[in-house]
Design a protein around this ligand. Structure first.
Ligand code: 0A1
Ligand code: ZN
Length: 871
């Protein structure tokens, strides 16, 4: 039996719910195998719904114990209950109460959706549709209710009991049991419901909001790991303060709790007042976490906290509007991180991640608009497109209307939609209202999939001191010029031999921005006294692919002279990318020399930026630049050869830099951006030295590993060694595993490094890793560390010509799919770019996808991804 393509839910078919739920009273008795949920729902007919319609409540894997309507038992023929739904045939025409008792087994819940146990801790995950695995409900975000939750548990098993909102009462319930009652006064959709019960340690502090509310903020972790929770707690406080200053948004409850759990499908979840996190994004100590981990913790803590306004106070009408909360909240967390760290360095990191994840998605069979119009499984739409391209749209809006109008529009959006379930139209309406602008053309960004291509050419007339720029926009696969154009903010400037030309003027450019809202346009600069190099899409002002034919020398002028740090970095990337795709020794040498001059003049004044300039575009980015016939081995060889060349030419400079930075590195570890930047440049230098001279590289990396006082340096050294076959590598790996045998999150790094080794032997290595005692298929972080790192981070071995890499991933998906379909489906997205591979590899990938498609009983999650990927 073949799995059928799952049916689609469509945006145009949205209709309001026939019933609303105003209040939910829950009495939950936690038990490892038989947890009882006694739910009383205060329902009423929705004036906007169909009068007299039957009531259908969603359910998933539920067992109904009893039901009562307005306090009276229901006749058996008055309702229908199955594991996947509850129907009341003739509901009253006025407000009524429905009491439903269900029983579930949290220990058997391997999907990690609904109520489950992670290392013995009871926790929940309800977005997008997990609440229906706890009780029957109108599980849709436009049904918002006020929740009161009584949680009862064995005192020894779960001494800590947490819920949404404020704690109103707690006490004992018989000899061995106790309870806590939590009340959340803010109406919310069911996807924001949460509870936690378990043995947990905590760190806490107080924060007083701009409104004078005293808030107790706490981070809960596995007992014994409290000393690793301090950074996350500090990030909570900084997030609260920042949202007040940057957006005027105060916190609105007396408690804000963050709980770290080990088994979690995603990064974290913004449940009202009770954020639940993958512990990877909470726990940090210099010994166990890298600079990158600290930055990710800060960003994700902020992201979940900022959802309190963008997502919770103002939520989404339906799941098609997911970008309304996610794109906006990513934009907000990016701004926060930029304020906490170096803005240009952070911007480059954002764009690298967009290009690595979103561009390929947008160019392949899984592409979809930022606001999708149809879905089969909503959990497959928590994508880079919704999150990261969604954030770019918000950023473009700010660029177009200016920072002050943007802030006024945000204030208006929050004021008009507070307590409501809103749409993208509501969001844009707020900005239209404060600016008086028509944003309907801009709104096309939400509807149109694909990455637009922006082609630019320049003509210079020295006699007239005039420079003309021509722009053409096109959207691949969308019928070319017949589709209405997008509104593209083009931030730009002209750069002369000694720097930006400040005397050049153009009537179409305001505050450095030209708004391209036609298919083609020409703009003219006067007062251009020398032939300039155009610097376009400064600060990556729109998510487009820019085609601008410049020579290497022109690009190197931008690297040396542009005032825009993003474009300085971009110029070096462009030269490197071309050298990977079209190797050329003479040009490679000139590039190395230009990088050398750059390093001499400014590496030490901004090490983090210099490290980014030295980092070559990834193999994935090189593949993405080719539209078809991708041979990952050829890309890998070319990129490695370029690294080696840079390492050889730049060696004396890299050694000087390393020495200078080592001297500055005596102080105790601090995760701040400046210290992290110094470490990243030192490690980038060692990486290039090792590429140019593997023997020296191996011994220096082994030395750095031995002396490392923090995980950043240790892991960087191990990563460098991992690329150099030999005894030193195996010894280093073995030593690392022994040292961190009791640290699952650190072992994940060890797993991941090995899964990414670009050698044929990696397949056998992965078989050994899967047999390692610390490996388990039930922990998503472990599966992602081994199989995810392989599928997404090892292009040559995943796409091996013999198909064995595809097979490895397919086997894992097959083994995981019924236990945890979300994680299985996510792994499957690694096949997203299969059609762009050269023919024989593409054929193997296609075979494998068909094999997965034929698995009997394949989950909806995986079936949806396979069907779309095969297209
Ligand atoms: N809203 C969360 C992401 C998230 C989505 C689904 C989940 O289910 C397993 C978990 C988390 C965020 O944006 O952080
Ligand atoms: Zn989010």
């Amino acid at each position: 039996m073949r799995t059928e393509t799952p049916p689609l839910i469509r945006l145009e078919e949205y209709r309001p719910s026939d019933y609303l739920i105003d209040r939910v009273d829950l009495d939950i008795r936690l038990d490892p195998h038989a947890t009882r949920i006694d739910a009383t729902l205060a329902l009423r007919p929705n004036p906007a719904g169909r009068a007299g319609a039957p009531l259908h409540l969603d359910g998933d894997d539920l067992r109904l114990v009893s039901v009562a309507l307005d306090g009276a038992a229901l006749a058996a023929d008055a309702y229908t209950a199955t594991p996947s739904g509850f129907g009341l045939h003739a509901p009253p025409g006025q407000p009524f109460s429905l009491r439903l008792v269900t029983e579930i087994d949290p220990t058997a819940n391997t999907k990690l959706m609904g109520l489950y146990r992670s290392n013995g801790v009871y926790c929940t995950q309800c977005e997008a549709d997990g609440f229906r695995r706890i009780t029957y409900f109108l599980d849709r975000p436009d049904v918002m209710a006020v929740y009161t939750t009584r949680i009862e548990a064995d005192r020894a098993e779960a001494p800590v009991l947490l819920g949404n909102g404020n704690l109103v009462e707690s006490g004992s319930a018989g000899t061995d049991r106790h309870f806590a009652i939590w009340h959340d006064p803010h109406p919310k959709p069911a996807y924001l419901f949460a509870l936690v019960g378990g043995r947990l340690g905590q760190v806490e502090t107080r924060f007083t909001t701009m409104e004078g509310r005293a808030v107790t903020c706490a981070v809960y972790v596995e007992p014994g790991k409290e000393d690793r929770a301090g950074y996350a707690l500090d990030a909570v406080i900084r997030s609260m303060r920042w949202d007040e200053t940057a957006f005027g948004r105060p916190y609105d409850l007396d408690a804000f709790n963050v709980v770290a759990v080990s088994d979690f499908n995603m990064g974290a979840m913004e449940n009202k007042g009770l954020n639940i996190f993958n512990d990877k994004y909470v726990l940090a100590s210099p010994e166990t976490a890298t600079d990158g981990d600290y930055a990710a913790i800060e960003a994700i803590i902020a992201h979940e906290y900022f959802h309190n306004w963008s997502g919770n106070r103002v939520t989404c009408r339906d799941w098609f509007q997911l970008c309304l909360k996610e794109g906006l909240t990513v934009f907000r967390d990016q701004e926060f991180s930029s304020d906490m760290r170096s803005r240009p360095v952070h911007r480059i990191a954002e764009v690298r991640s967009l290009r690595a994840r979103q561009f390929p998605e947008d160019a392949g069979p899984l592409r979809h608009p930022v606001r999708p119009r149809a879905y089969a499984e909503i959990n497959n739409f928590y994508t880079a497109t919704v999150y990261d391209k969604g954030a770019e749209i918000v950023r473009m809006l700010r660029t177009l209307i200016g920072a002050d109008a943007f802030r006024a529009g945000m204030d208006r959006y929050f004021a008009d939609n507070d307590g409501r379930a809103a749409t993208v139209e509501d969001f844009l309406a707020a900005f239209a209202a404060v600016t008086g602008r028509d944003l309907s053309a801009f709104a096309r960004w939400y509807e149109r999939p694909g990455t637009p291509r922006l082609t630019a050419t320049m003509a210079y007339d020295p006699a007239a001191s005039r420079c003309t720029l021509r722009f053409t926009q096109s959207l691949p696969g969308e019928g070319g010029r017949d589709t209405p154009p997008l509104v593209i903010p083009v931030a730009l400037g002209l750069v002369g031999a000694a720097g930006p030309l400040s005397g050049a003027t153009c009537p179409d450019v305001r505050d450095g921005i030209f708004v391209l809202d036609r298919a083609e346009a020409e703009i003219v600069f006067d007062g251009v006294t020398e032939e300039p190099v155009p610097s376009l899409m400064r600060d990556f002002s729109a998510p487009v692919r820019l085609d601008l034919a410049l020579t290497d020398a022109q690009r190197m002028r931008l690297l040396a002279q542009d005032s825009d740090p993003f474009n300085r970095w971009q110029a070096a990337q462009d030269v490197a990318l071309r050298l990977i795709l079209e190797p050329d020794p003479a040009r490679a040498y000139a590039f190395a020399e230009a990088l050398g001059r750059f390093l001499d003049s400014e590496a030490l004044s901004d090490p983090a930026f210099a490290a980014l300039v030295l980092a070559l575009p990834s193999e994935g980015e090189a593949a993405d630049a080719l539209l078809s016939d991708v041979d990952p081995d050829a890309i890998h060889r070319a990129r490695f050869a370029l690294r080696a060349h840079l390492g050889q030419v730049l060696r004396p400079r890299l050694e000087r830099l390393d020495a200078a930075l080592a001297a500055a590195d005596d102080a105790a570890y601090s995760p701040d951006a400046a210290s992290a930047g110094r470490r990243s440049l030192r490690n980038a230098a060692l990486d290039l030295i090792a590429a140019g001279d593997p023997e020296t590289g191996a011994s220096r990396a082994a030395d750095r590993l031995a002396r490392a006082t923090n995980m950043t340096d240790r892991l960087a050294a191990l990563g460098i060694l991992a690329l150099i076959p030999g005894q030193a590598r195996e010894e280093a790996l073995a030593g690392f595993a022994e040292r961190f045998a009791d640290e699952p999150l650190v072992l994940d790094k060890w797993f991941a490094i090995q899964a990414q080794i670009p050698e044929p032997g990696t397949l056998d290595r992965i078989a050994r890793l899967k047999a390692h005692p610390a490996f388990t298929m039930t922990n998503p972080n472990r599966v992602r560390a081994v199989v995810g790192s392989f599928a997404f981070g090892n292009p040559t071995q995943f796409a091996r010509a013999d198909g064995a890499g595809f097979s490895l991933v397919a086997d894992t998906v097959a083994a995981l799919d019924s236990a945890n379909p979300q994680v299985a489906a996510r792994l499957l997205t690694a096949f997203g770019s299969w059609r762009r591979l050269e023919k024989s590899r593409a054929a193997k990938a296609g075979e494998m996808l068909n094999r997965i498609k034929a698995i009997p009983g394949l989950s909806r999650d995986s079936a949806d991804i396979v069907a779309r990927t095969l297209g």
